[in-house]
Structures are given as C-alpha cells and as structure tokens.
Design a protein around this ligand. Structure first.
Ligand code: EPZ
Length: 417
C-alpha cells in the first residue's frame, strides 16, 4: 500500500495546472449511456475513480477510446448489459449515476446499492423516489436496485434534501422521458450545470440548471456531442489552502475562481491576497493566518468537500475557529489525525473547535477518505520534520499526480511503496 512521505516547513511557490473536475466528469461519462452515438470528451482527469467508471461502462458495452492526453470517446451504441455489479460499485459509490441513464435508455437496470462510506451512510433513496415518480418499477433485493420502465414519464419531483448525484441521476433519466420533468430543491453545484450543458449539446432540452428548479422536456433520442470538462474547483481550493497554510505564493492555471467564491472569501478573511485572472488564480499568503469560522452547506455556500482542507489551515492560524459540518454525519475523521500532528481541535457533535497552534510536528498518520487525505497532506506540508501518510489510495481517487504537482511547487514529497 503506497504512502506519501513529506518533509514539511517549505512554503509552496510556483505554478501548476488544475485538472478537469472529477465530480463533473463522473456524471458526464454516464451520459454516454443515453445515446447510440459517440460522445467526445476533453479535459478528463486521470484519476482512479474515472478509470473505475470507464471499466464499469465498458462492462456494459460502451466502447471507450482514448483520444490524446486527456480526451476520450465513449460510444454507447453497443450497450447490452445494464448491470452494475457489487464488485464495481463497492469501490466507487458514484456508480449509482448509471441507474437513471440505464432505465431511460434500456428500460431496465440492475445496480448494486453503494455501501456506506467513511463519511456517512449516504443512502440513495432520493434517486429511487424520483425514478418511481417517473414511472419506474423499482425493487431493492439482495443489495441491488432492480428498475424497470417501458418508457419513463415526466413528473414533478421535489427531493427531501439537496442531493448532487440525485439531481444528476434524475436529470439524465428525464432527458428521454415522455413529457416534462420538473426537479425542485435541485442541487445548484457547478458540476450539475456542466452535466446539463453536455446533455444540451447532445440535444436535451433543459432549463434552470444552476438554480433549484430544473425543467427537462423529454426527447426521443440524444445525439453524440463534444464537451470539455470544467476545471476542478475542489482541487483548486485544495492547492490554495496548501499555499495559505505553508505561507507560500502560487499561481493555478486552467481554472478560475468563478465557482469558489466562498472559499476565496474565507481565504481572504484569513489574510491571503488573492488575484483572479480569466483562467487562473493567484494566492499570496500572509506571514500569519487568522482563524476563520465556516459552515458547510449546498452550493453556493461553503463546500463540504473543502471542510477538511480548511481545518488544516485553521490548525495553524492565529485564534479560534468553529467549523460546522451540515452535510455529512461523520466528516471529521481528519481531526483526530491532525491532532497527532499537534493540532488543537475539539469535536462537539457537528462542530469542530480549532485553536490555532504555532507549529505542527511531523508524525505518521492515516488517510480515511479523499478529502481527509488532502487535509493531512496540507498539514504535513506545514509540520516541522517528516510526515508519513498511509492509505493514500484515497488521494489517488480525486487528485491527479498530486506529488508531481506539489513537487513543482517546491514541496519535498515522495511516494513510497
Ligand atoms: C456529491 O456526493 C459529491 N460526489 C461529493 O463529493 C460531495 O461531498 C457531495 O455531493 C456533497 O456536495 C460526486 O459528485 C461524485 P449528496 P453525493 O447526494 O451526491 C443525503 C468528493 O469528495 N442523501 O449531495 O453522494 C446524503 O447522505 C465527494 O468528491 C440522502 O439522504 O452527495 C448527504 O447527507 C465526497 N439520500 C446529503 O444528502 C439520497 O438519496 C448530500 O448528499 C441522497 C443524498
């Protein structure tokens, strides 16, 4: 099992390019199931989760062809096996995103229920409820969702809570339904908008993506299209936090601050100078950060996927910050690992009280989930001495070539097998 070895204390400096967004690419890969024509994608990140999804689609009969450095062509013409097995789904819960497209295109689907994961139970009841509203017959047996529908019918759906992949699954299913579907309480995340833009280029009739009411008028079929995946705003935010925590100065290209307002605001409150360019963003950290409290919530509020990274920033800031996690019930596992590095954190229910310390000391720590791992990398870059992070397969799911990009920024980091 790979580990990451970090010699901390080096401020990050320099420039790296940000990759395509994992959480936009995953649903967009599944959109290839909706058409018998080729979907040509660019700026696809090289991540384990992406490879897992491609293996799953290929098993179903989608033809996957690499197209240059970060391009792909997906051809759903040969789709003949609407099954997502437990073996595939247990390694990546986003596999649930094949459910809506399969029912819409094939009239049936057998998709394993994703297990829970470290950060929470993460049920998919809203995905199922929405498809049932569109006329799908759904049974959940032996850990699988069995769905059948001769043709989905447009419906008015209001999800009980804001769900990103729930909104994406239902939006994709509705593209081929008969009549109009209205999704209320829809997720407004930029990745939902990127998926909608891709679907519209395939001939879907969607309005309201990015707001909490999305209208989809079903069509007979979708065509192929070309689409470039949006930049990864969470990868962008992660590097910004790393530069802030290490007292560095960096420039991130092929990205923008457009979808990171709340993270940029919090980093500026912490004392960072941030300059946004058309497709780049620069950060210069202050000599000492100020503690900044935050509360996670659905977009456009502070993203839960940046909570762990910002806890590492607050760990070495001046003052006391309260971090409130409102989306997932167990997303503070990085806190106990940060404490091993000397952070002063108190967990009280869904609040974490972080008292900034003057310095962190390197230690051996363990990654538990994707963003918790990123938080430990940031803390390791700041800590004096050596930090060894175990189970970094979590990192590889969501950060492309992380040690390469960090090394370009002057970090002393290497992967040990
Ligand atoms: C997406 O997960 C992201 N993953 C997550 O990113 C992100 O943390 C999350 O949205 C919130 O922004 C992808 O896009 C692939 P939700 P998702 O459905 O869609 C509850 C990362 O680090 N819920 O918006 O699974 C759920 O338990 C990952 O890249 C139900 O109860 O999250 C949670 O408490 C981690 N029933 C809340 O809603 C449902 O049917 C929000 O979950 C669906 C969700």
């Amino acid at each position: 099992m790979d580990k990451l070895l970090i010699q901390g204390g080096q401020p990050l400096a320099g420039e790296v390019a940000i990759s395509g967004a994992k959480n936009a690419a995953l649903p967009i890969l599944c959109a290839s199931l909706l058409t018998a024509e080729p979907l040509q994608l660019a700026n696809v990140p090289h991540l384990n989760d992406i490879s897992t999804m491609l293996r799953l689609l290929a098993q179903m009969g989608v033809e996957v062809t690499l197209d240059g450095a970060d391009g792909l062509v997906l051809d759903g013409k040969g789709l003949n096996n609407p099954l997502a097995s437990y073996e595939m789904v247990k390694t990546m819960r986003a596999s649930i995103l094949v459910l809506g497209p399969l029912v819409a295109r094939c009239g049936e689907a057998r998709v394993s229920l994703p297990g829970g994961c470290a950060i929470g139970a993460r049920p998919v009841d809203q995905h199922i409820k929405g498809l049932q509203a569109m006329g799908a017959e759904i049974k959940v047996e032996q850990g699988y969702v069995h769905a059948k529908a001769s043709r989905l019918k447009g419906a008015r759906i209001c999800t009980d809570m804001v769900t990103v992949t729930g909104t994406e699954n239902l939006m994709m299913a509705a593209c081929l339904a008969e009549g109009e579907t209205i999704i209320e309480n829809a997720a407004r995340e930029p990745e939902v908008v990127d998926l909608a833009n891709c679907l519209i280029s395939m001939g879907a009739r969607i309005s309201g993506a990015g707001t909490d009411v999305i209208r989809i008028r079903g069509v007979e079929r979708l065509t192929g299209a070309q689409h470039s995946i949006m930049p990864d705003r969470i990868e962008t935010g992660t590097y910004l936090c790393a530069a802030a925590a290490t007292g560095g100065e960096i420039r991130l290209t092929r990205t923008s601050a457009a979808y990171l307002d709340t993270v940029v605001d919090k980093l500026m409150d912490a004392g960072c100078d941030i300059v946004t360019e058309r497709d780049a963003i620069r950060l210069k950290a202050p000599s000492r950060l100020k503690s900044v409290s935050l509360r996670t919530a659905p977009y456009p509020a502070f993203p839960t996927d940046m909570q762990a990274q910002f806890m590492a920033v607050n760990a070495v800031a001046e003052g006391v910050a309260t971090i409130r996690e409102t989306i997932f019930e167990n997303r503070f596992m990085h806190a106990v690992e940060l404490m091993r590095l000397g952070a002063d954190i108190q967990i009280e229910g869904s609040n974490a009280i972080v008292r900034g310390v003057d310095r962190l000391e390197g230690a051996t720590v363990m990654a538990t989930d994707l963003r918790a791992s990123a938080s430990l990398v940031i803390a390791g870059l700041v800590a004096r001495g050596e930090t060894l992070i175990d189970r970094i397969y979590h990192l590889d799911r969501g950060y492309e070539r992380i040690e390469e990009k960090l090394a370009r920024l002057g970090a002393r980091v290497k992967r040990v097998h």
